[in-house]
Design a binder for this molecule. Structure first.
Ligand code: AMP
Length: 278
């Protein structure tokens, strides 16, 4: 891998931020990171149909293109690539399925069949079209970031993958284009996600190394609320190895806690790094 500074010494570089649009400050923080590493910056805006399941929100997904373009201009983005579905997937093109057993089989994978295959397909296409020297992805989608690092390595894309921290609203909710679906009460209920993850982080920092204990208290915290009128469905609350994403029994040094929970009809995900203090 060529390090970003070493590549910068070779000449102009292109930093790339793939998105599905409905841009918020989280996306723009990725643009800022891309700008610090590269001489030019490209953003793609494409709601990729192949990563949505038949009952997911592909048709409902927000597409405020004019606002997004203005945000990109204001952020100093040099190139915006906003293709149509038929440009990305010309009629007659053979469907493609990607699989990475292990990384696809956990967390989001079983709940969203075909999702990561679609993500890998579109990102590989975008990498070949845009030809960036580095690409920024958010830790907000931790499993996606891990999978895209693995894809880049497995297919020898000459692209540095840069993971970027999750941007949160002041109340702690991880920014997401889907937060706009939440009612006032649902939003309040959703705050238990970041709160419970921080509590898990504190438990581990204070010395808890038993991953089942951390998992159990994380689940209990997520399901405890005064807002009993707001329906929630906890899909997973896991403590996993940061590279393999496999469930841990014991936390030796570092781990990742990840949550997916439906609040009302909106499915939210979030995660946090757990570190044992020395
Ligand atoms: P999306 O448009 O949801 O596909 O997201 C595009 C990129 O922005 C992905 O790499 C996401 O991980 C990243 N992203 C989404 N939300 C946030 C956030 N709150 N903070 C940082 N990055 C984010």
């Amino acid at each position: 891998m060529t390090s970003a500074p070493a590549r910068a010494a070779l000449g102009p570089s292109l930093g790339f931020v793939p998105t599905m649009g409905a841009l918020h400050a989280g996306h723009l923080s990725l643009v800022d990171v891309a700008k610090t590493h590269a001489t030019k910056t490209a953003v793609s805006i494409f709601v990729n149909p192949t990563q949505f399941g038949p009952h997911e929100d592909f048709h409902k997904y927000p597409r405020p293109l004019e606002t997004d373009l203005q945000l990109c201009t204001d952020a100093g983005v040099d190139i915006v690539f906003a293709p149509s579905v038929s440009e990305m997937y010309p009629p007659g093109e053979a469907p493609l399925r990607v699989d990475m057993p292990g990384l696809f089989d956990v967390l989001e994978g079983p709940r969203r069949p075909g999702h990561f295959s679609g993500v890998c397909q579109v990102v590989a296409k975008l990498f070949n079209i845009v030809q960036p020297s580095l690409a920024c992805f958010g830790e907000k989608d931790f499993q996606q970031l891990t999978i895209l690092r693995a894809l880049t390595k497995a297919l020898d894309f000459p692209i540095d993958i840069v993971g970027c921290p999750t941007l949160r609203d002041p109340d702690g909710l991880a920014m997401s284009s889907r937060n706009r679906y939440l009612s006032g009460d649902e939003r309040k209920r959703a705050l238990s996600i970041s709160r419970s993850l921080r509590a898990a982080q504190a438990r581990v920092a204070e010395g808890e190394r038993d991953a089942s204990e951390v998992r159990a208290s994380l689940r209990a915290d997520l399901l405890t609320s005064d807002l009993s009128d707001v329906p929630v469905e906890l899909q997973y609350a896991e403590v996993v190895d940061i590279d393999s994403l496999q469930s841990l029994h014991r936390i030796e040094d570092e781990a990742q806690a990840l949550v997916a929970m439906k609040v009302g009809t909106t499915r939210l995900i979030d995660n946090i790094r757990l570190r044992v203090s020395r």
